[in-house]
Write a protein that binds this ligand. Structure first.
Ligand code: SF4
Length: 503
């Protein structure tokens, strides 16, 4: 067990090319042993220990380098419950050390040429090549300069030219909305999106029927991307089929099982097909899926890194490798959040990082506890985030008491309060009565959401029960989308502005 980090989940990396110099090889072994003993170091060669309160983020089973996943809890990691969550430990120690804001910088994915190599000699080499300090003498004669040089030096070391991550918010480099979902969110006080499960088969009829049913009711439909590490029709194909019906899709794009090259290529393909809304996710770990387990390293990137990369493709017109993109893709980028996961103050840091990286809208895990949503929104407000992204809290109408128990007990990051479980249990075995109670609970939640400051609508996840969505919208009285096609948006923009009162 390392002294400063939780036990590592996977063994250290070895370099793709062994160093030719025997001294460097021997040095690498020494560094591997010492840093393994101290930090559980996996020799990623891209050290960010200074940013993560001296706890190695690579001990996280998903290798997340930018914050915790949606299923983290104080007691255990969602992937391997025998170990604590690495990122929980990082947040806790960073808070004690007063270094929480250092967690906001967007860290790069691993640079394979450095993986498995020593970093100490590399640091000295970099310092000599850079020739700008920090100079040890300044530590005694000019502390401020020393600290600035120190920070600049380590920034240049950990942020390669092809990444250049920072801790600032970047406004999108365009004015007109790129999708109808964005247009609706800009002018409406309450916008609804809904989820449609992609089919398990090659038959698309049922999915298209659901898209037709939802078209007049919601601004866009999400298509999951092999959620729970379970294969289905992919999100890209489902999104395109949905788009052809006239309903705008939100293509979910998860990092799991994809390299950075494939993510860029899938996103560019989506843009070419006219899909504009992309929800960037890290993805569920393979241990949640039914397939025979694949090798443990399934995450080349995390959600924050995907957002950063796609935002730069759109706004700066560059691929990760530096090639210029002549015709830039148009994306309206989103991400997920877990208001009931970690404590709101930690979840707010995670949300800030995603928003800074490029998230323009956030769809949350299902909310059953409105007070917990308010706590999370308050934490976001304290970080001045509420005017930087559209927030759509998740809503799941409970179809049965069994589903209520399952959601509360098995789904990481979801909290179903005891009174909700009690209500569902109290109905008895009658299936229809249970569904009616689930609808009543959902309608009560929508009533609260309508009056919740800081949110912009809701995201309904009635998976395999999509036909309930029109009823929820009709009975709750929330508005249907203002713009269902671009002609409506154009007409809205062409309409003369309302006369201003004379003062
Ligand atoms: S709970 Fe998530 S973030 Fe925490 S260590 Fe496990 S995989 Fe990593």
């Amino acid at each position: 067990m390392p002294i400063f980090s939780p036990r590592r989940y996977q063994p250290p990396f070895y370099p793709a090319r062994r160093p030719g110099n025997p001294f460097v090889r021997a040095f690498t072994v020494v560094e591997r042993v010492i840093k393994g003993w101290l930090f559980g170091c996996r020799m990623c060669g891209n050290c960010i220990l200074q940013e993560t309160a001296f706890i190695c983020p690579m001990t996280c089973p998903k290798g997340l380098r930018n914050g915790l996943c949606g299923g983290a809890s104080a007691e255990r990691c969602e992937v391997d419950p025998s170990r604590p969550c690495t990122w929980y430990k990082i947040y806790e120690r960073a808070e004690k050390m007063g270094r929480l804001d250092r967690l906001l910088e967007i860290n790069a994915p691993l640079d394979g040429t450095r993986v498995g190599h020593e970093t100490w000699l590399d640091t000295v080499r970099h310092w000599r090549q850079r020739g700008q300090g920090p100079r040890p003498i300044d530590l005694f004669v000019n502390g401020e300069k020393f600290r600035a040089d120190w920070d600049g030096f380590f920034y240049s070391l950990r942020q390669p030219d092809w990444w250049q991550g920072d801790a600032r918010h970047h406004l999108p480099a365009y004015d007109e909305p790129v999708s109808l979902l964005e247009a609706n969110l800009r002018v409406s006080s309450f916008v609804t999106t809904a989820e449609i499960a992609p089919p398990l088969t090659a038959a698309t009829k049922a999915m298209l029927k659901k898209a037709d049913l939802l078209k007049p009711m919601v601004a866009a439909a999400n298509f999951t991307d092999n959620a729970s590490a379970t294969a289905r029709m992919n999100s890209l194909a489902s999104s395109k089929l949905c788009l052809d019906t006239g309903l705008e899709p939100v293509m979910q794009l998860q990092a799991r099982d994809r390299s950075r090259v494939v993510i860029e290529s899938d996103a560019m393909g989506a843009a070419g097909l006219g899909i504009r809304n992309i929800l960037c996710l890290s993805g569920d770990h393979q241990t949640f899926g039914p397939a025979p387990w694949v090798k443990p390293d399934q995450f080349d990137m995390d959600a924050v890194q995907v957002l950063w990369m796609l935002r730069r493709m759109r706004d700066e017109g560059v691929y990760l490798d530096g090639r210029a993109i002549k015709q830039r893709p148009q994306f309206f980028l989103g991400s997920a959040a877990s208001p009931c996961g970690a404590p709101p103050k930690f979840e707010a840091i995670r949300a800030e990082k995603k928003i800074n990286a490029g998230a323009q809208f956030i769809q949350t895990q299902p909310i059953f506890d409105h007070n917990r949503l308010l706590d999370w929104l308050e934490a976001l407000d304290r970080r001045n985030l509420l005017d930087k992204a559209y927030i759509l809290p998740g809503l799941i109408p409970l179809k049965s008491a069994r589903v209520a128990h399952f959601m509360g007990e098995e789904i990481p990051g979801v909290m179903v309060p005891p009174d909700v479980i009690k209500r569902m249990d109290a109905v008895g075995d009658d299936k229809e009565a249970q569904q009616e109670e689930g609808v009543a609970i959902a309608l009560e939640m929508i009533e609260k959401l309508k009056d919740t400051p800081g949110i912009h609508g809701m995201h309904v996840m009635a998976v395999h029960w999509e036909e309930i969505v029109p009823r929820l919208i009709a009975e709750s009285g929330v508005p249907t989308p203002r713009f269902q096609n671009w002609e409506e948006w154009t007409a809205y923009n062409a309409a003369p502005a309302a006369p201003q009162p004379v003062t």
